[in-house]
Design a protein. Sequence first.
Length: 143
Amino acid sequence: MSIPEIDCKRAHELLQAGGGAVYLDVRTEEEFAAGHPTGALNLPIAVPDQRTGMMGLNPDFAKVAGAVLPKDATILCGCQSGGRSLKAAMMLQSLGYANVSNVSGGFGGRPGAPGWSRLGLPVSRGPAAPGASYPELRKKAGL
């Protein structure tokens, strides 16, 4: 099954509609702190691998997602430009999440898909809202 793509404006509309949609920012904690869609949850799809120093798949992604995201939630996956979020959306779909979309253009944008920040949509900088940071989500998952 393919992952639906939605643009940032449509993602913002869904978040504002009050239907419980969740913006899942899958960028690193550092990227998230530098600026993120207001109200987003931070669950990185990739984390530094201590052995290699390179970025690798977050081994806790599925466990944390399962602990904090209801299977029937509308989940809008976003990253910097749309690549990592597509991987995250595919992983969520394989875990049984039925209503997952990839936010094309993500936070920063790419040619043909302006990002959240460039469109002037609500942005927060610094720490996540209470309960939305990656360390807090890990704690909810018992990690």
